[in-house]
Design a protein around this ligand. Sequence first.
Ligand code: 5GP
Length: 186
Amino acid sequence: MENQRNLYKDLESILYTRQQLAQAVRELGERITRDYQGKRPVLLCILKGASVFFSDLIREIDLPLEVEFIAVSSYGASTKSSGEVRLVKDLDRSILGRDVIIVEDIVDSGMTLNYIKNLLISRGAASLRIAALLDKPARRVAPLSVDYSCFLIPDAFVVGYGLDYNEVYRNLPDIGVLSPSVYGES
Ligand code: 5GP
């Protein structure tokens, strides 16, 4: 914490330490390795929030996997979803007939993943699973089942380990709850 004093002072609390995150990601990687034996899955990173989780996760999976990246519009300088999802960067290659694992940082309303799931189904993926670091079920709007998740979290706005507020805090190695004073709600 010493080396990032400026970022940590904006946190109300730390939810998961880097050690807890590393352990959970390791276990998830082992699980995916078991479940996809004999397969060559495509791991799809949802930019930008999932990038840190994604780069750690793929190195915990012992399979000949491939990586792809997709970007959708996010909240911008807000802590609430607009409910509108926009494709900002598409896949580079076809996923027709492929086993795809969508890697997401956090599932909140479920709107983003619902959109991406429908897109991939229309592109002919053979199978689709969702791996999310965090699952915030309290605010789910879209019916969505998360196949793999590391932590269930309460309804709070969190940052760090790839998750941002207004593009900042992604480089925090731990995940914490952002103080409401930072986004003007206290
Ligand atoms: P959904 O479409 O499920 O409502 O939202 C998914 C996206 O919203 C996530 O990929 C993430 O970018 C953003 N999001 C949802 N909850 C949080 C949160 O607590 N903190 C941050 N930083 N982003 C969040």
